[in-house]
Each structure stands twice: as C-alpha cells, then as structure tokens.
Write a protein that binds this ligand. Structure first.
Ligand code: ARG
Ligand code: ZN
Length: 878
C-alpha cells in the first residue's frame, strides 16, 4: 500500500490528554490507555474514531466507562474503528503486548533484560491503540509498574510526580510531561542501570538535572557523552538563543537499537555506540560521533519537538534542519574545513548514489510504502545541504531571523516544510519561489562550467549550464536556484577581488562571491582579471550538485597547492586522483602497461610536506576517493578495472614516496601519554594515512611497524587502524593477530563490532568463507543491529572487491542474510537490501546476478513491506 503526501487530511478529533498505565511483563505487558477525546468543531457525528494498532491483543474497550460490544467497533488491518462516538468522551482500552518477542525493535521491547521503546516513525501503534501520527499532539501521563529488584529505574518523559512500593515486590512510578507531544516522542525505559548525573544551569538561571543511564559497569565510559551534552546545551543558547525547557534531561543507552538515537522528549534513547567512549575503546572519530549525535538529539528539542512535523513527508523539516545544526556544532568544536569535507564525502558517496538509483526521492518525498525506508541520506544530509543554502543566501543573520520567525509562529505546532520556507521568506523579504524546487525535485543537479578569457578587455566569463537527470516518476526538471560560490586565483596563488560586470540580459546575478544560477544557461563576466587566473568554483560545496569544469592536470595541481578554500583544495586533489584512476581504467581496456603523470606524485609530496597544513586535513587530502564515490562519477564501469586502478595508484604513490611516508609517520608518531587535543588527533590521523600507504608495499619492515603500533597503542585509534591494515594485508600471521585482538577485547562489545567490520572488509578472497563462519561466532548475533551492520553491512558497503565478486557469491551471501533476518528485523533487512540499488551500473554478468538475487528476495514468503519496497523498486526502475 502506497501513502501519498497529497492525501493529507487533518485528524477529525482532538486527544486532549492521554493516560497510559503499563504493567510490565516480558510476554504479557498490559497497557491500559485512557484518552480524553473531543470531536473537532467542523466534523460530523458520522465520522468514526480511527486508531492505529499493530500486533496488539485487545482485552477491553470502553467509552465513558461503558464496555463496547462488538457491534460498536471493528478491528481493521492496522487498527481499530469506533463507530458513532459522542462529541466528547473518554475512551479506555486495555491491550496485551509481548516486549520479549518483539525483535523488530519498534514499539516496546526488551533488550538485554531492560525495557525500552522506539516509537518514531510509527512504533507507538505497537504499544496501544492511538492515532499514531505526528499532527495529533497531547499531554501524556504515564504510570509504570514492574518488579522493584529487577527494574529499579522506571522512566518516561517529563517529570516524575509519584512513585512507591506495591505489595508483591513491585513498585511504580508516575510521569507527567507538561508539553504536548505527538506519540512518536513517547518513551519508556525500565531496568537496572548505572547512572551518571550532573547538572547544567541555563541562560535564564534554571538548573537542569542531567542523567545518563547505561549498562552496569559502563559508567567510566559516559563522561564524554555528559560533557558533550553540556556543550550542546550551551552552544544552542549562544548561537540560536534556544534554552532547554524541562527540569531533567535523561539519556538511556541501549545495545539493541535500529538507528543512532532518538530524541524522545526529555528521555533520549541512544545506541550505545553514540554514548560510550573511552580512549582505549573508542577512536577519535567515535569521540566526535558521540558528541555529534548527543548534539543532534539535544537540538531536536527545539527543531523537532517544540516544532514538529505535520506528517511524515515533512521529515526533512526536522531532520535536515537538525543535521545542519549538529554539523555546525561539530564544526565549531573541531575544524570547519575538515568537518565540511567529511560531510561532503557522505553526500558524494551515499546521497549521490541514492539520487541516481531506484529510491531517488526529493528531500520531501511524495509517497512511500514504508516510512522507515525514508530515513535516508537524502532527507537527512541533502536536507541539511538545503538548509545550509538558506544560510548562504540569507547570511547568518538572515538565517537566524528566519528561525526566530519560525519559532515565534509555530512553537507547539506540527507544521510543514512550506511553513519553514515562508518563515525564511517573510523574515527576510526574500523570494524563495524557485528555491522551493529543492523540496519537490529529486536527483542531483549537474552544473557544467566553461570559461573564456578576453585578454584585451581583461575580462573572464564563466558560462554555466545546469540540468538534472530524470528520476523515477520525475522525467523533466525545472532549473534550480543554485548558489555557486566562486573565487579567482592569480598565478601567485592569491585570490583576486571579484568585479562582476553590471548585470546584463540573461546573466547570473552575483552577490559577494556567490553566483546565483537560476536558469538552464547563464553566464557571468568579471572585470579587471589578470592573465592566467584559475577559477575555483563551488567553494565550500555551496550547493549539493555535481560540478563539471574541464581543468587541466596543471590547473588541478595548482589548486591542490594553493586554493584558499580548503574544501576546494581538497576537491582538487580528489579530482586529480579520480582522473588518474579513470585514465588507468581506460588503459586497462586497451591493454598495455599502466602509467600516469609524475605531476600527481609531486603534488602528493608537496601536500604531505606542507608544514602549514593540519594533519587531519592532510590525511583527508591524501586519501584516494573510495570506490563508491568513484562509481558515482561514471555511468558504466568495469569494477575490476576500477579497483585495480585505485590499488595501482596507491601502491605507486607509496613506492615513489616511500621515504616521505615513513618520515612523516615517524615524526608524527606520539609515544608519550595519550592526549586528546586537536594536535594529537591530527597526528594520529596523519600517521594512519602514512601507514596505510606504506602497507601497500608488502614489506616485512612495514608489517613490523604496524604490529608494533598495535601492540604498544594506548588508544583505540592507533590500535584499530593498525589492526585493519594488518588484517587487510597479505601478512602471513594476520589471522593470529586478529584472534589475539579478539581475545583481548571480547568483553567490549563496541570494540568487537570494529573487529567484525575489519574482518568483513578484508579484500582477500577468503573473506567470504570467513564471514560465513563468523555468523556462528560467539561475537555475532543476528538480532543485534550493530552486529549486523558491522559484519554484513560493512561487507556490502566497504568491501567492493569481495561483495562484487565475479562469481556472484557476495550477492548470494547478502540475499541469504536477508532471508534469515527479514522476519526478525524488517528495518535493518531493508537497509541491507539497499546494497543492490545500484545494480544497473555494473557489467551485464553482475547485473544479471544481482537481479537474480533481488528476485530471490522478492519471492520470500510473507516479505516485510520494508524489504518489499526496496527490492521491488530496484527491479522496477527503467
Ligand atoms: N529521529 C531520530 C534521529 O534522527 C531517528 C529515528 C528514526 N528511527 C526509525 N526507526 N525510523 O535522531
Ligand atoms: Zn534526527
């Protein structure tokens, strides 16, 4: 069944308040729900009361305390309809549910002996009968009752207003959330946790109690999360003037979680991966990710909870905006340039792939079969790029003014993307009519630029063209409003001042360094331009588009050495590497020995030696684009050639600069106590990159270096990169090294997940057999999404050589895992299925093999709609 955005109708009843009483038991939790219902003024008495409900056993139902008989309501697919209800009444329902057997991890479930919930998007309907849609907002009061010794902590949203003992060893707690909220923000947790507490004083002097609940024994791994939370609270006050609004802020970490975390009002639930971090178990990247996700969920309190979505098609309203906010937060805590590159890498490798595949959708989708399939890089990350463009167009102040208007108008409401655009427009008197197309059109726009220089007039003209490829259901696209940030660099490497000639007919408007593209073909001319200037286009990745400009190798090496915009400097290097790789692919088609221009080697060396650059930036700039990013840069490719070319380039750079990599490895290697300041993080990043080049040499001396790093590491960053490089090499003792690591860390689940990923991404031919047997390894558990992602997900997304084996065994492996998982966890299975989305890009034999597996998947009995949507769309695209 397909749901359409255009079908939206307001809910005919108000739910004035909700009282939920939980009597927790693994296989027989009883939920008694009392709703105070009021028919809306303009609605007729004929209108039935429709409630959602899935996998619920209805025990009783009453209106105003009178039991209903079966003629007064009907159970329908996915819910319940009550007929002929009065204008205002209380509805009482009692249902039985089974958290213990709920492996979907939606609704209420038991995870390692503790109860928790995940209600977004529509998991609340697995808890009780209710209008489970975000535009129905209500005041929630929750009573929880359970055995006191097993579940000493009973948590829900808001404030605890009552608690006490009950006979028989049970106890209870009552919670009240003073803020109206939709059901997807409901949360309940019950268990025996370790608790870290602290407090934060808000900008108006209110004291907020901060609490982090974790599995017993993990308290020492929570301090970073707590510090991150305080930083996020402070940052939102300082940058956006947004203050927290409850007396307590709780975070509960659980090991079984479908996504990263969830912003439930006052009671966030997190995947342990984004809470727990200590230097010996977490990498530098993990530390940053924890801070970012803590920030993300905290920022949702305003952008998501205080102002929420009217319907799920508007998801980007809260997610795009909140991702943008967490990106800015991280940039602020770390390094703006590095963070920008990291974010763009996600867009180019994942979002561009989504935009070009069968699941392509606008950031505000028009339809879905299963909403959970639309928590995508498009809605989240491209959505954040769209928000970033407002800031580019309106300036930081203008953007802030727009947000102020948005909150003034809509606090406490469930609204649409259109409401957001209008707030931005009205606050700034800025016409965003054409800009709205970013919400309605799918696909990645392509911008092609050429330049003409007129030496006599000293004028440089940039000619822009834009187009956007067809996507499923959207053949023709209208031009977008694309802000393109440009710079012109003189022969000495300095930016020159931009002097656009006054607007002529058909020319693009220029404001500061932003060129406003609005039609399919536009040009802009700059005055007073000296000879030999190199244009730097799409600085900072000012719009989520693919840029084509026919740079010469010389121009690219020049930009790589001189661009003042660190994003474009990185970009020049990436393009340089890509060029070489695609050229090497062509050489393989033709046969003959592989070769590439020496200028690439010297450009690499110059960057490595540039003392003015930060180590993390260097590490990014010296990393050759990944296979998935490269795949999105061509239409059809021989994957074997692509991987060979990439490996060849890396090995050549390693050989030709061997002493340089070694020197930089040694000078940046820090052997004293562990430090976590920016400089140490940078040095570790650069060392990792140097070592990864050196390892391609397959030299014993380098193996020894890596082993020594692994053995002596006092932090997980150094340890995990060394382990990965060893396991992915041909070192003959590698399995022994892997086994030792496993033995050492087997009690740290998050570390073992890294180990699983490293095993799964080994490019060697034995990997497929090894990961087959890892399914039975004590460290693996199919019901745990982190494990599935670490082993199976990593194999499909980060081991292109083995996943795309010519014999098709990689594809068969994936289909088999989906077969074992789809009934257990539909959401995670659907994500895995997405690994086949780009099947049409490959050679005909692989296409045929992937398609065959998609058909196998579609023929599985009682396939979940999650997996069905992905697999059927993958086959349908034409
Ligand atoms: N709103 C959460 C976040 O982005 C994501 C929860 C999505 N969960 C799901 N099962 N679809 O922070
Ligand atoms: Zn979010």
């Amino acid at each position: 069944q397909v749901h359409y955005r255009s079908d939206y109708k307001p809910y005919p009843y108000d739910i004035k308040d909700v009282y939920l009483a939980f009597d927790l038991a693994p296989n027989a939790t009883i939920v008694e729900t009392t709703l105070t219902v009021q028919r809306k003024a303009d609605i007729s008495g004929e209108e039935p009361l429709c409630l959602d409900g899935v996998d619920l056993e209805l025990l009783s139902i009453a209106i105003d305390d009178r039991e209903l008989d079966e003629s007064q309501y009907q159970l329908v697919d996915g819910g319940l309809e009550v007929l002929n209800v009065p204008e205002s009444f209380t509805l009482k329902t009692k249902v039985k549910i089974s958290p213990d057997t709920n492996t979907s991890l939606e609704g209420l479930y038991l995870s390692s002996g503790k109860y928790c919930t995940q209600c977004e998007a529509q998991g609340f309907s697995k808890i009780t009968f209710y209008p489970d849609r975000p535009d129905v907002m209500s005041i929630f009061k929750v009573r929880i009752e359970a055995e006191a010794d097993v579940f000493p902590h009973l948590l829900s949203n808001g404030n605890r207003i009552e608690h006490g003992e009950i006979e028989g060893g049970k106890h209870f707690a009552v919670w009240e959330d003073p803020f109206k909220k939709p059901s997807y923000l409901f949360a309940l947790c019950a268990g025996d946790y370790d608790l870290l507490t602290s407090s934060f004083t808000t900008m108006t002097g209110r004291e907020v109690r901060l609490e982090i609940y974790v599995d017993k024994g993990k308290l020492d791994q929570c301090h970073h999360a707590m510090e991150s939370l305080k930083k996020a609270m402070k940052w939102d006050e300082e940058v956006f003037g947004l203050e927290y609004d409850l007396d307590t802020y709780m975070i509960v970490a659980v090991g079984d979680f479908n996504m990263g975390a969830m912003e439930n009002k006052g009671l966030n639930i997190f995947n342990t991966k984004y809470v727990l971090a200590s230097p010996d178990t977490a990498t530098d990247t993990d530390f940053i990710d924890v801070e970012a996700v803590i920030g993300h969920e905290y920022f949702h309190n305003w952008t998501g909870n205080r102002v929420t979505c009217r319907d799920w098609f508007q998801l980007s309203l809260k997610e795009g905006l909140t991702v943008f906010r967490d990106q800015e937060f991280t940039a602020n805590q770390t390094d703006h340039g590095v963070k920008r590159i990291e974010d763009v890498k996600v867009i180019r490798s994942h979002q561009f792939a989504e935009d070009a595949g069968p699941m392509a959708h606008p950031i505000r989708p028009d339809s879905y079969i299963e909403m959970n399939n639309f928590y995508t890089v498009t809605v989240y990350n491209k959505g954040a790029e769209v928000i970033r463009m407002y800031q580019t167009l309106l300036g930081r102040d203008g953007f802030k003014r727009g947000l102020d208007v948005y909150f003034e108008r809509h606090d406490g409401e469930a609204v649409t993307c259109e409401d957001f655009v209008r707030a931005m427009e009205d606050a700034n008197g800025y016409d965003l009519q054409q800009f709205r197309r970013w919400y309605s059109q799918a696909g990645t726009p392509e911008v092609t630029v050429s330049s003409d220089y007129d030496a006599d007039k000293r004028q440089l003209t940039l000619n822009f063209k834009q187009s956007c490829p067809a996507t499923p259901g959207q053949k023709d696209k209208e031009p977008f409003h694309i802000p393109v940030k440009v710079g012109l660099i003189d022969t000495l490497g300095n930016d020159i001042e931009l002097k656009p000639v006054p607007l002529t007919q058909g020319a693009a408007k220029v404001e500061g360094d932003i060129v406003h593209l609005k039609s399919a073909k536009q040009a802009v001319t700059f005055d007073d331009v000296p000879e030999g200037v190199t244009p730097s286009i799409l600085r900072g990745f000012s719009a989520p588009v693919k840029l084509h400009y026919d740079y010469s190798l010389k121009e690219l090496t020049f930009l790589f050495a001189h661009d003042s915009d660190s994003f474009n400097r990185w970009q020049a290097g990436q393009e340089l590497f890509s060029r070489v790789i695609f050229d090497l692919c062509e050489q393989q088609e033709k046969g003959g020995t592989l070769r590439f221009d020496d200028s690439v080697v010297s450009a690499t060396k110059n960057l490595l030696d540039d003392a003015s650059l930060d180590g993390q930036f260097k590490s990014l700039a010296l990393t050759i684009p990944g296979v998935s990013t490269l795949l999105e840069q061509t239409n059809s490719i021989n994957i074997d050639h692509l991987i060979t070319a990439r490996d060849f380039l890396k090995k050549q750079l390693a050989e030709k600069l061997e002493l340089d990599w070694l020197l930089h490895y040694q000078t940046n290697r820090h052997l004293g106590d562990y430090e976590q300041d920016k400089e140490s993080v940078s040095k570790r990043a650069l060392c990792g990159t140097c070592l990864s080049y050196l390892m391609t040499l397959e030299k014993d001396s380098v193996y020894q270096l890596a082993l020594k790093q692994l053995e002596t590491a006092n932090n997980m960053t150094d340890a995990s990169i060394a382990l990965q490089l060893i396991v992915h090499s041909n070192y003959e003792q590698k399995l022994k090294v892997a086994e030792d690591f496993y033995q050492k860390w087997q009690s740290e689940e998050l570390v073992i997940n890294k180990w699983l990923s490293i095993m799964a991404t080994d490019p060697s031919d034995e990997t497929i057999d090894r990961i087959e047997s890892l399914l039975d390894h004590p460290s693996f558990e199919l019901k745990n999404p982190n494990k599935v992602r670490s082993l199976i997900g990593a194999f499909t997304s980060a081991n292109p050589r083995q996943f795309h084996r010519a014999d098709g065994r990689g594809y068969e492996y994936l289909a088999r895992q989906i077969k074992s998982l789809y009934a257990i966890n539909p959401q995670v299975s659907a994500r895995l299925t997405g690994a086949f989305n780009r099947w049409r890009k490959f050679d005909s034999e692989r296409q045929q093999k992937m398609r065959q597996q998609l058909e196998v998947i579609l023929s599985m009995p009682e396939l979940s709609k999650d997996v069905f949507e992905i697999a059927s769309k993958a086959l349908k695209q034409d």
